[in-house]
Design a binder for this molecule. Structure first.
Ligand code: GDP
Ligand code: IMO
Ligand code: MG
Length: 427
């Protein structure tokens, strides 16, 4: 059985955690391939609610092996506290595997993230402040620290010293901060080594062998397509590749093994942090979406910016990810609107534009062109099949499917595992 990718089709927070957890019961491995604890994935099982940041959402399914792939950046202190938090709630986390090639978010990466944002002032990205960008920068700059370095004190010390040689110059001379002592960082990192050792593994080999043995592997993206460093709204993006290609580089599994790419798509749009967002609402509709949808960040607690569904973005996500399916989430949140606007194209400097413009300047000028779709007022949270939905809700879903370019194979009508309408099976 080949591999599947599950990823965010918008700006993150589409409901990836819920969708992954739902599939987690039927797959053998759930693998994070990029990002780190900038992610906040909510999973609701019965009356229990879990907020996961670094651990794959498959950790809550007993038969599933959760894997942190080489493309992820790992903050060891966050990882250990997330593990112990789950253990206290009776979740068995002993199957977790962590790639020895994953990079470590060091304390100085977190410091650099925060001071850089402060220095940018009004031009800031609005990062989560978790050290994500600086850690990926170190990786690309070839001065990063990897999980495997925790097991060679001499190499670890050399690498931390080399990284801090430059960073301390920047911290003290540019940002007017105190220098960070290399030996303290080394000591802190070594303190995590033995606690993490049971989980560290050759995940590339394990995943490829699992696929050869017909096991089912699910790659769980963090963030979303429009936050992708290459394909997103640069520079207002994260520093990794949440798009489908990232699943290959971030795990060491080749593209020929992937048979299905599922885009998680919210029935409206949200965004956290700075950057363009054509359908953003600043009126009571935006406020209502935020309130009814509970649109508050799981990681930073920031209010999410809210707006109507944007089909231009959905089409773009289909294209850059090669999506085979969509999982439409939070349809229930739209209950009660008489008419629901959907953005079908943009107007940019007087021109109608059907596809996402590649130019940042154009995208900043994009104004949504709306089509009004009739709403519904019936409670849909108990719907179990497509035909249980009111006619106008069915038509809303069909219209989105037509505009977005891939079949909608599941619909979320509530946060719980079972509050899902399955249309086409994913497995
Ligand atoms: P992720 O980052 O993509 O995993 O998404 P988040 O967990 O950050 O945000 C999605 C929020 O929507 C969470 O609070 C989920 O519990 C919730 N959620 C997911 N699917 C649905 C749905 O179909 N309906 C409703 N009402 N809530 C949902
Ligand atoms: P999940 O996985 C929504 C946003 C931040 C900021 C930008 C860069 O829960 O969907 P970073 O700390 O990554 O350097 O911040 O990316 N961002 C997210 N927005 N959901 C996320 O994750 C996000 N992870 C990062 O708000 O705008
Ligand atoms: Mg989230």
């Amino acid at each position: 059985m080949p591999a599947l990718v599950l990823l965010g089709a918008q700006w993150g927070d589409e409901g990836k955690g819920k969708a992954t957890d739902l599939l987690g019961g039927s797959v053998d491995y759930v693998v994070r391939y990029q990002g780190g604890n900038n992610a906040g994935h909510t999973v609701v099982v019965g009356d229990q609610k879990y907020a996961l940041h670094l651990l794959p959402s498959g950790i809550l399914s007993p038969g599933c092996t959760p894997v942190i792939g080489n493309g992820v950046v790992v903050d060891p202190s966050v990882l250990l506290s997330e593990l112990s938090g789950l253990n206290e709630r009776g979740v068995d986390t002993s199957k977790l595997l962590i790639s020895g090639n994953a990079h470590i978010i060091t304390p100085y990466n977190v410091t650099v993230d925060k001071v850089t944002e402060r220095f940018l002032g009004k031009r800031k990205i609005g990062t989560t402040g978790r050290g994500i960008g600086p850690t990926y920068a170190d990786k690309i700059n070839r001065v990063g620290i990897r999980v495997q370095d925790l097991y060679d004190e001499s190499i670890l010390t050399q690498k931390v010293e080399a990284a801090l040689d430059v960073k301390n110059q920047i911290l003290t001379k540019l940002y007017n901060r105190r220098a960070i002592a290399a030996d303290q960082v080394v000591e802190e990192l070594l303190g995590y080594a033995e606690k993490l050792r049971p989980y560290v593994a050759d995940t590339v080999l394990i995943l490829n062998q699992a696929l050869e043995q017909d096991k089912v592997v699910l790659f769980e993206g963090g963030q979303g397509t429009l936050l992708d460093i290459d394909h997103g709204t640069y520079p207002f993006v994260t520093s990794s590749n949440p798009t489908a290609g990232g699943a290959c580089t971030g795990t060491g599994v080749g593209p020929t093994k992937i048979s299905r790419v599922i885009g998680i798509l919210k029935a409206y749009t949200t965004r956290v942090g700075a950057g363009p967002f054509p359908t953003e609402l600043f009126d009571e509709d935006g406020e209502a979406l935020r309130r009814i949808g509970g649109e508050r960040g799981v990681t930073t607690g920031r209010d999410r910016r809210c707006g109507w569904f944007d089909a231009v973005i959905a089409r773009y996500a289909t294209r850059v990810n090669g999506l085979t399916d969509f999982f439409l989430t939070k349809l229930d949140v739209l209950t009660g609107w008489e008419q629901i606007p959907v953005c079908v194209a943009y107007e940019i400097d007087g021109r109608r534009v059907e596809e996402l413009p590649y130019s940042q300047t154009d995208f900043h000028h994009a104004k949504p062109v709306y089509e009004m779709l009739p709403g519904w007022s019936e409670d849909i949270s108990k719907a179990k099949s497509f035909s249980d939905l009111p006619k106008n809700a069915q038509n809303y879903v069909k219209a989105l499917e037509e505009m977005s370019g891939a079949p909608i194979s599941a619909i979320g009508v509530g946060p719980g595992r079972d509050e899902t309408i399955e249309i086409n099976s994913f497995l």
